[in-house]
Design a protein around this ligand. Structure first.
Ligand SMILES: [Mn+2]
Length: 444
């Protein structure tokens, strides 16, 4: 895998020497923005001309449009693996740095394909899109950019239980370069920017059942300990912090553990996990360009705008979780589903499906299929747990095969995947996914 990344790096270096103009296309989620940030920062440092686009998904149409653009090198990050066949017929050089599931198309000499799945590395756990992107620039003396790969890993839920596999190697690079420090602490968000009841309610990983996503639950929890819930965590007395720590640890021991920080960053971006949430909030609100500017070093107004987006996004997640709490999910044999036509709920469907599972609002012995209606189509976000994956569930495969059956598209990871299907196919699609998951569970 590192050899393959080395080949990509050589291709990139050659283009840099030839003053090539480079086209960078990446995903618009936290991992995709981080992937673009690694490459864009590296190219900026080398004074290379490049053009970046962040998009929600790569469609065949786009792949065919890009073909006629006048660039010397294309880099696709956190996307691109399903289109190797098309890239093979490009006249340009192409680097694909992805971690989503792959098919078995071999790449031609103009295409370098970096993907953990090609090397039997777990792309949902051990390396993210930003990690693949980082590996392509690593040999250009870019270890100081490794922390963006870790931000991407957090964005794709890979760092929350500690880093493993290639992510561990990347963490070592980040520490070695002096950009990242690891220390033990309470893993609650916005310690210095929000009142403590919000810090707790907005902490989703690790989950705090009864508190995460529940502003009232969080206030009651603090009141019971006689802590004033309106002040910031950083303003608590030391004894109060200890008291709170003990109470939180008794709810979920994982709340105290390794925190990964970039000491030289501004407070809002110091914690890598929180940095990923800021990028996530930008992406989810279609302000991925803002996220990338921040990652390229913009501060002040850009940060204010991102903070506003984050507050708004957190409100939406809390509303979504309240909805799940009130309505619950619809049950089929092996899966459960959420369906909404509401604008706010639709925008956070994938997120609330994940959090709903982790905070135990949803039965975590069944994968969740979140469905949002978009005019004539339905957008699907599938989420399950590592336990269910160990028992045989592969949502990427189930959503790809079942959506293809109804003229839709889909795919992703075993643990988290997405699809788009025509609205009319909704019920038949659900039953097919249900059967496929049942089959996966019985055949493992
Ligand atoms: Mn990703």
């Amino acid at each position: 895998m590192l050899n393959k990344a080395g080949e990509a790096c050589d291709m990139l270096k050659e283009h840099i020497e030839n003053d090539s103009v480079i086209r960078l296309v990446s995903h618009n989620d936290a991992d995709g923005i981080s992937a673009a940030a690694v490459i864009a920062n590296a190219l900026k440092e080398e004074d290379v001309q490049f053009h970046t686009t962040l998009i929600p998904r790569l469609k065949e149409e786009t792949v065919n449009q890009l073909r006629s653009e006048k660039y010397d090198l294309f880099i696709f990050s956190d996307m691109g693996s399903p289109f190797i066949k098309e890239f093979n017929t490009y006249k340009h050089d192409v680097i694909v740095a992805d971690h989503h599931q792959v098919d078995d198309t071999a790449s031609e000499s103009n295409v370098i394909h970096i993907n953990p799945h090609l090397f039997e590395i777990d792309g949902s756990r051990d390396l993210c899109g930003a990690g693949s992107a980082y590996l392509t620039v690593r040999d250009m003396d870019k270890k100081h950019l490794a922390y963006f790969a870790l931000i991407g890993a957090f964005g794709d839920m890979q760092g929350q239980d500690g880093f493993t596999g290639v992510n561990q190697l990347i963490l070592n690079d980040a520490i070695e370069s002096g950009t990242v420090e690891v220390h033990e602490g309470l893993k609650i968000v916005s310690k210095a920017s929000e009142p403590i009841f919000k810090s707790l309610a907005y902490t989703f990983s690790p989950p705090l059942p009864g508190i995460s996503g529940d502003l009232e639950g969080s206030q009651e929890f603090l009141e019971k300990m006689n802590l004033s819930y309106g002040i910031k965590f950083t303003d608590l007395e030391d004894e109060e912090k200890d008291l709170l720590k003990d109470a939180l640890v008794s709810i979920n021991p994982e709340i105290f553990g390794d925190c990964y920080t970039v000491p030289k960053e501004v407070p809002l971006l110091k914690d890598l996990e929180e940095y990923s949430y800021i990028l996530d909030a930008c992406g989810k609100n279609k302000k991925q360009g803002l996220g990338l500017s921040i990652a390229l070093g913009e501060r002040e107004q850009a940060l204010d705008a991102a903070l506003r987006l984050q507050r708004q996004y957190r409100d939406q997640i809390v509303k979504g979780l309240e909805w799940i709490k009130r309505e619950g999910a619809q049950q089929l044999n092996a899966i459960q589903y959420l369906y909404s036509e509401d604008k706010v709920l639709k925008s956070v469907m994938g997120t609330i499906a994940s959090i709903g599972l982790s905070v135990e609002l949803l039965d975590n012995s069944k994968p969740v299929i979140g469905m949002s209606r978009l005019h004539k189509d339905i957008k699907i976000s599938g989420r399950t747990t590592r336990d269910m994956v160990a028992r045989g569930v592969n949502l990427g495969k189930a959503l790809r095969d079942s959506s293809n059956n109804f003229m839709g598209t889909g795919g992703g990871h075993d643990i988290a995947a997405g699809a788009m299907i025509p609205y009319e196919a909704k019920d038949n699609f659900l039953h097919l996914v249900d059967e496929m998951v049942e089959y996966q569970l019985s055949n493992d």
